[in-house]
Design a binder for this molecule. Structure first.
Ligand code: CA
Length: 148
């Protein structure tokens, strides 16, 4: 499993990378939004940890562009308490989950595992005919409730 950490606070980014590697994940770091988009395009990540407050390109916009490119990669947003309202934008733009900083590392690991589990579930293509859209992924019952 390969994870991209996008965080401009170097100490936090490096601590996350070390912690994730100890859990057996491959972890790369991008220090701004532009770098994150380039790395996400070049490499095949299973999950992107995405801070909202980033230099150059904001986390919400990074999320929007990644989804606009058609990527199904898991996205876990990190947000400062002062930007809590932005989590809604982030989720609207296709983030899978969010955490408010400061957080406890074991909780981050649990959320990472939860997103990777969801990703591991087979996805079915969305069927379209004219105006009719059938999304077989939307009718799975139990798991949809876990999404926030
Ligand atoms: Ca930041």
């Amino acid at each position: 499993m390969r994870i991209l950490i996008t965080e401009d606070e170097k100490d936090l980014a490096e601590a996350l990378a070390i912690g994730l590697r100890q859990q057996g994940y491959a972890a790369d770091i991008a220090y701004d939004g532009e770098e994150a988009l380039v790395m996400a395009e070049v490499n095949d990540y299973d999950l992107i940890i995405l801070d909202l407050n980033l230099p150059k390109i904001d986390g919400v916009e990074v999320c929007r562009r990644i989804r606009a490119s058609g990527s199904p990669v898991g996205i876990l947003m990190l947000t400062a308490l002062s930007r809590l309202d932005d989590r809604v934008d982030g989720l609207d733009q296709g983030a899978d989950d969010y955490m408010v900083k400061p957080f406890h590392f074991p909780e981050l690991l649990a959320r990472v595992r939860a997103i990777l589990r969801r990703e591991g579930e087979p996805r079915h293509p969305i069927l379209r005919s004219g105006d009719l859209v059938l999304d077989p992924n939307a009718v799975k019952g139990g798991t949809s409730g876990a999404r926030r």
